[in-house]
Design a protein around this ligand. Structure first.
Ligand code: VL7
Length: 135
């Protein structure tokens, strides 16, 4: 059975997030706010289909995808770019590639017990977020 990402996940750590914000040209004032946010992930997974919400007191971001199907992602409220996004599986890991203006952009997500790990990368920068299952 593939990994089950369903549920609500509360951020417990967010290492090097500001490096990512800089790499995607987020302005100083927004970085100062964004880097101190606690994020919550809400994921509804049905087989290969995912509906995801990343929530915070400042901004929310929703993106839905199906494994293996490329789509145009608009990073609305984040860096407001358009990227061509594909999410695939590598075992139980989800591997996302976001083709666009910024090289080597994407993320990897996996589970370890009741923790969800998300590694976000852009250029040579890597951020590691950990979330704990809450519901
Ligand atoms: C989503 C962060 C930050 C601009 C505001 C910060 C608001 C809360 O796509 C993502 O996750 C996947 C995998 O879990 C969803 O399916 C990452 C957060 C990206 C980029 C850019 C800062 C402005 C933080 C939305």
């Amino acid at each position: 059975m593939p990994a089950d990402y369903n549920g609500r996940w509360e951020m417990v750590s967010n290492d090097k997030f500001e490096d990512i914000l800089k790499a995607i040209d987020i302005d100083f004032a927004t970085r100062k706010i964004a880097s101190h946010l606690s994020q919550t992930k809400e994921i509804v997974q049905d087989g290969d289909k995912f509906e995801t919400k990343t929530l915070s007191t400042f901004r929310n971001y929703e993106v839905n995808f199906t494994i293996g199907e490329e789509f145009e992602e608009h990073t609305k409220g984040l860096d407001n770019r358009k990227v061509m996004t594909t999410v695939t599986r590598d075992g139980d890991k989800l591997v996302c590639v976001q083709k666009g203006e910024k090289d080597n952009r994407g993320w990897k997500q996996w589970l370890e017990g009741d923790m969800l790990h998300l590694e976000i990368h852009v250029l040579d920068k890597v951020c590691h977020q950990v979330f704990k299952k809450s519901q």
